[in-house]
Design a protein around this ligand. Structure first.
Ligand code: PHE
Length: 453
């Protein structure tokens, strides 16, 4: 079997696995989505619920997914076929591959924006004195400049393809290993700058002192969806990454590290954004998705050293997004390699081209008034709709089916067997089995039903 592992490619160590899996987890979800959700949902109270979700059900699902991948040594479709032949469960793998493809097609649109905004910061666009109207106008004209957005999208997907085409160790491992330290250094620098700035305490209060009066049932649902999205669990990514890990490494300690690193980065992003935001009079944290692209440039234009701060911030987003797009593409490419027996390079380029093709409606939907920016009947932009279908419902549904598969089809005992292959006893196996068999299926069904109603 280990021979087989070498043919498919493998991580050089557990440390590498932790780094690449964290690279997938740490992304726009941590630095763009988490802060705006926190801003809109009562600050620290949301943070607390989020923390409880990632360290319980998030970690449990991560373990379930990585144990499937490593036991089967295959990408989603082939993994389910190997563990439960002729059962139809491989369709769950197919759904994961489709979800990754679609998420990649719109995630790259936002990733392209971050690239564009880094250039803007570098050009000094945020160092002039700006007004709210001006930053709004800037964003509107930027996102409706279709030619530019397509170009940025193209650059981003092209870089991702080049890296994934080079393979598991020479491409993904090498790149992510050099990008993660850069990401951490920029993060630490920005946190120190923002927390030590004048007037930081109001933002810190908002972020760190919980006010439970703002918490509703919706807040809880949102925190759980965000936990899964942020950890990249539920759609086969961790399954695929786990399939390249050697049996002698501990999935439990790796999982704990991945969840901790992902959470630390989300918290650091909050520590950068809220103190900076509250330091400028009149700024509110409840803006929603445009928080990073509209409110922050305005803030950068008003603080000392804002131009360089702004550039580093958007560069941070670019790096974080890239390590995530790599993982999304890898799932689809691994499927083509494992199941369709394509050569890796061919798979990477063909899938890349396909992503450009299906990304176009998402690009066109952001700005201007055309068909895609307000779909008939639904009256929402195409990007928002695919995010809702795949990034929210598809996600939750995938997570639900994975827990059912591990809990009742493959069996928690088989999973525990795989987890203990490293030679160490899994101390929390009873609790974990209970969570996978009972808590998660129940909780996720309730969430899905509640959000439909
Ligand atoms: N976890 C990534 C983030 O936080 C997003 C992502 C989701 C990446 C699903 C891959 C797959 O941005």
């Amino acid at each position: 079997m280990d021979n087989d592992l070498n043919k498919r490619g493998s991580w050089s160590s557990k440390f590498t696995f932790i780094l690449v899996a964290s690279g997938s987890a740490i992304g726009l979800g941590n630095i763009w989505r988490f802060p705006y959700l926190t801003g809109m949902n009562g600050g620290a109270a949301f943070v607390l619920i989020y923390l409880s979700a990632v360290f319980t059900i998030g970690l449990a699902l991560l373990l379930a997914e990585t144990s499937i991948g490593r036991a089967a040594k295959g990408a989603p479709v082939c993994a389910f076929k190997r563990l439960k032949p002729n059962s139809g469960w491989h369709l769950l793998g197919v759904a994961g591959v489709i979800t990754c493809t679609v998420i990649l097609s719109y995630y790259t649109v936002i990733a392209g924006w971050t690239l564009g905004y880094s250039f803007k910061a570098l050009k000094g666009d945020f160092s002039k004195s700006l007004t709210t109207e001006m930053v709004k106008g800037m964003f509107a004209s930027f996102s409706s400049n279709t030619g530019l957005i397509i170009l940025l999208f193209f650059i981003f997907i092209f870089i991702t393809v080049l890296i994934v085409a080079k393979g598991v160790s020479k491409g993904i491992e090498k790149t992510v290993k050099s990008l993660m330290p850069i990401l951490l250094l920029i993060l630490i620098y920005l946190v120190i700058k923002s927390v030590s700035a004048k007037g930081a305490s109001e933002g810190l209060n908002f972020f760190l002192k919980p006010d439970f009066s703002k918490v509703t049932w919706d807040t809880v649902l949102l925190a759980i969806t965000q936990a899964f999205f942020s950890l990249s669990v539920g759609i086969g990514i961790m399954l695929t990454y786990g399939s390249y890990l050697s049996k002698k490494e501990s999935l439990v300690s790796a999982g704990f590290w991945i969840v901790s690193l992902d959470t630390i980065v989300a918290l650091m992003a909050g520590l950068i954004i809220f103190p900076t935001l509250f330091a400028v009079p009149g700024m509110v944290p409840t803006e929603g998705p445009p928080l990073v692209f509209i409110v922050l440039p305005l803030v950068f234009s008003k603080i000392a050293g804002g131009a360089i701060f702004g550039f580093l911030f958007f560069l941070l987003l670019v790096v974080a997004a890239l390590t995530s797009t790599i993982s999304l593409l890898e799932v689809v490419v691994a499927y083509c390699v494992d199941t369709r027996k394509w050569a890796r390079k061919k798979a990477a380029y063909i899938v890349g081209l396909f992503i450009i093709f299906i990304g176009i409606p998402s690009i066109l939907s952001q700005g201007g008034s055309n068909f895609f920016s307000s779909l008939p009947v639904i009256k929402k932009p195409f990007l928002d709709v695919v995010d809702l279908i795949f990034g929210t419902y598809g996600y939750m549904f995938g997570a639900l089916l994975i827990t059912i598969f591990v809990g009742y089809v493959w069996g928690t005992n088989s999973a525990i067997n795989e987890i203990e292959k490293c030679g160490r006893i899994f101390k929390l196996k009873r609790i974990w089995s209970f969570v996978i068999k009972w808590i998660m299926p129940l909780l996720l069904s309730v969430i899905l039903i509640a959000s439909f109603i």
